[in-house]
Design a protein around this ligand. Structure first.
Ligand code: MV4
Length: 500
């Protein structure tokens, strides 16, 4: 096993990996930018190396500076976390050249999965269905029209170098095709410096389900089941869970999707932890979408349900150890749900709102896990993504996990900056969510439903009710004892301040 590992990341994932290293008896080295001097990941590391200014391009994305820090501290390996250099094939190759182990797949696997058209070819070679589409980028409006007519509208244009919805356009009819192709091409050009765009048949109201895979250097490959990631906003996942509610209706689906994912990993010559993403249509047909060649933000739901530590497994695989268990030994117990807690304002279109955390009170208890990268008194810097941490719960059933999550969210309080905590309470109370009827348009539909509910009660009535409640309280009247299922944060706060 390694003696020392450098973590080329920041925030909650750097903390998560550093904890894993400590547990494995491995020294952990943090790197940090000028904006992260006081960050939690720096505090929990055994050593910390400054690597440059706040701008990611001059710190966390600088291969030279990260490699220099690893060499200077005598690290054996680099864990890239997610984002930053984690899916950079050149970085993986340069680690190897510098005599360092990159804790992730080989450069070739990263490169082939980074190109969407190439990844689709790998999936087809593995005998896995891909969304019907072109094998090559489309070469112009005339060809695009012919191909789209063949598929039938609606179709989807996607950047070949893309991911994350960038350079993606839905096209509903031929009249809209040419402009959409122009838009997608220029967005792809701007985002990836590669304007090639290919075409797929559009899947309506799909679910987004991904499969966790693990492959070692000895030819063993297994899957750890799925994560349901359909609840997204602007291509950012917001809530993830395991199992997918769909697997309850169709238990064989996990096995079939899992086997497909393992075949893709094998066909790509993949080693280490990876995730194979699928779209699932309303008839439960699944189609390969892309493969993420890194540890994912939402990995904890898989850890809680399978009881397996993905960071630990990544370290063992990277150190050359064979997987210590077979597919048959993988079990799934209970249900886990994760919320991505972000410094953003749900009342202002989820505008990122960095700033100082003046107080923070976190939920604890059985089945509650908080992977956080922050602490009270710390200022969330504006240079990076606004993820503060992930609240993850486990319980025996999805219903119990949902209730446990609601309770944990009520206990969770962060002041000083706005967060999306209140938004999760809305989702968790939603009938469609409770019924497990999830799809990628879920949040937009939720907002539409809520908008309707709001306009049914006028602003004035609500204002009068608030004033009446305040008068009632201040008059020193008795506060009604809340039934245990209806704790109000206002009432709790009032008790704490002795307002009654
Ligand atoms: C699709 C699709 C429907 N049909 N492809 C969005 C991100 C990118 N990685 C793939 N995406 C989609 N591709 C076809 N042919 C719908 C989406 C999509 C989506 C996918 C996963 C999670 C959320 C999504 C939200 C909107 C659209």
């Amino acid at each position: 096993m390694f003696g020392k590992v450098l973590v080329a990341n920041r925030g909650e994932i750097a903390v998560r990996v550093l904890r894993g290293l400590r547990e494995a008896g491995i020294a952990g080295v943090a790197v940090y930018s000028e904006a992260d001097r006081a960050s939690l990941h720096v505090r929990v590391a055994d050593e910390a190396v400054p690597i440059g200014p706040a701008a990611s391009s001059e710190s966390y994305l600088s291969m030279d500076r990260v490699l220099e820090a690893a060499t200077a501290t005598g690290a054996d390996a680099i864990h890239p976390g997610y984002g930053f250099l984690s899916e950079n094939a050149e970085f993986a190759a340069r680690c190897r050249q510098a005599g360092l182990v990159f804790i992730g797949p080989g450069a070739e696997a990263i490169r082939s999965m980074g190109l969407k058209t190439e990844a689709r070819r790998v999936a087809m070679k593995a005998g896995v269905a891909v969304v019907p589409g072109t094998e090559e980028p489309v070469s112009g409006a005339e060809q695009a029209r012919r191909i789209a007519a063949g598929f039938g509208y609606p179709v989807m244009l996607k950047a070949a170098a893309g991911g994350g919805g960038k350079g993606m356009r839905r096209v509903d009819n031929e009249a809209a095709l040419e402009a959409a192709l122009r838009d997608a091409t220029s967005e792809a050009e701007r985002s990836f410096r590669d304007g090639s765009v290919y075409m797929e048949k559009l899947i309506e109201r799909p679910r987004h389900i991904e499969i966790q895979v693990l492959a070692d250097h000895h030819g063993n490959a297994v899957h750890l089941g799925e994560r349901e990631c359909s609840i997204q906003r602007r291509h950012q996942k917001v809530i993830e869970e395991c199992p997918s509610p769909l697997m309850r209706e169709d238990p064989d689906l996990r096995r079939r999707m899992g086997e497909a994912a393992v075949r893709i990993a094998r066909a790509a010559g993949y080693v280490n932890a990876g995730t194979v993403e699928f779209l699932v249509d309303e008839e439960r047909n699944f189609y390969f979408l892309e493969m993420n060649t890194r540890l994912q933000v939402e990995h904890p739901v898989t850890e809680l349900v399978t009881g397996r530590d993905l960071v630990r497994l990544q370290l063992e695989i990277a150190a050359g150890q064979p997987l210590a268990f077979t597919q048959e030994e993988v079990e799934w117990n209970g249900a886990a749900i994760e919320c991505r807690v972000c410094a953003e304002d749900p009342e202002r279109q989820f505008l990122p709102c960095p700033g100082k955390i003046t107080s923070m009170s976190v939920p604890l208890g059985p089945g509650v896990r908080l992977d956080s990268g922050v602490y009270p008194g710390w200022t969330v810097p504006m240079e990076y993504d606004p993820l503060l941490g992930k609240l993850v719960v486990w319980a025996e059933t999805r219903e119990q996990a949902g209730r446990r999550l609601v309770a944990a969210l009520r206990e969770f309080s962060i002041t000083g900056i706005p967060t999306n905590l209140s938004f999760f309470r809305d989702v968790l109370e939603d009938e469609e969510f409770l019924a497990g009827r999830l799809h990628t348009g879920f949040i937009e539909e939720l907002f539409r439903r809520r908008q309707k509910a709001r306009t049914s009660l006028s602003e004035e009535i609500r204002a009068v009710a608030a004033v009446a409640a305040a008068l009632h309280w201040n008059a020193g009247k008795s506060v009604p004892v809340a039934p245990p299922t209806d704790h109000s944060v206002w009432r709790t706060d009032g008790r704490a301040r002795n307002l009654r």
